[in-house]
Design a protein around this ligand. Structure first.
Ligand SMILES: Nc1ncnc2c1ncn2[C@@H]1O[C@H](COP(=O)(O)OP(=O)(O)O)[C@@H](O)[C@H]1O
Ligand SMILES: Cc1cn([C@H]2C[C@H](O)[C@@H](COP(=O)(O)O)O2)c(=O)[nH]c1=O
Length: 214
């Protein structure tokens, strides 16, 4: 029985790595898949993992109709056994519905990978639809950690190192501290709600130390 599975976790929890592994393992057994992504950090039509793997993929944009793409492949005599969708938070709810129909009507497995919430802790529309429709939602097993050591559950956006809570929902970026002006940091809920990034915690600690000295 085909399934729609949503693999989720914070940024940096291994989703793209798992997407690439999933495709590799299915392809190794002779199954034929289509691999999609949207707005990967490495650029259009790429899937990149922080473990160093990177591969070509099909870029899904807002006009992509997954049902039509699969039908087209089949018309040209190419079978499609499964579909891998990375950065699925960026897909529209309508596109997630197309993926669900591929599972139900064409018996194709769909493996979607993405974060659930944005930097304001609000669901991405595509992720909300995946949570609503998936046969299974799997949370990645090795969590990224907040600076305090708790498993991270949310991601903060920083602009020039300072956490922000307003802005466009979609801004492609990385968790690396060396990243450009806009970067992301994974946090536990407690520290996200307090606006306490690692840098803010260090400043807070330094200010407390200097008060003790005075
Ligand atoms: N040098 C490294 N050695 C071991 N594991 C690493 C290394 N660099 C990154 N990773 C692993 O890769 C994970 C991030 O993988 P990635 O697929 O890019 O995540 P996501 O797609 O969820 O953002 C990290 O949580 C970490 O476990
Ligand atoms: C929180 C948040 C993230 N993004 C972007 C930043 C990255 O380009 C991707 C997540 O990639 P990953 O493979 O899970 O690391 O999403 C965004 O656009 N808006 C946000 O609020």
């Amino acid at each position: 029985m085909a399934e729609l599975v949503f693999f989720t976790g914070t940024m940096d929890s291994g989703k793209s790595t798992l997407a690439l592994q999933t495709d590799y393992n299915y392809a190794a057994r002779g199954r034929v898949g289509l691999v999609f992504t949207r707005h990967d950090r490495a650029g259009a039509a790429r899937i990149s993992s922080r473990l160093g793997l990177e591969t070509a993929a099909r870029e899904a944009d807002e006009t992509t109709d997954f049902g039509a793409v699969v039908a087209d492949e089949r018309r040209q005599g190419r079978p499609v056994d499964y579909v891998v969708c990375d950065e699925a938070q960026f897909y529209s709810p309508a596109q997630v519905e197309q993926l669900a129909r591929l599972v139900d009507e064409v018996e194709i497995d769909v493996f979607a990978f993405g974060i659930t919430t944005d930097f304001r802790t609000r669901l991405f529309p595509g992720s909300a639809r995946l949570l609503e429709l998936a046969d299974r939602t799997e949370v990645l097993q090795v969590p990224a950690l907040c600076w305090c050591g708790r498993p991270a559950t949310h991601q903060a956006r920083t602009v020039d190192g300072v956490m922000v809570v307003t802005g466009e929902q979609v801004v492609v970026g990385d968790t690396a501290a060396s990243a450009a002006v806009v970067a992301y940091e994974v946090l536990c809920r407690r520290h996200h709600m307090r606006g306490m990034t690692a840098a803010a915690a260090r400043q807070h600690a330094a200010a407390s130390d200097s008060r003790l000295v005075l």
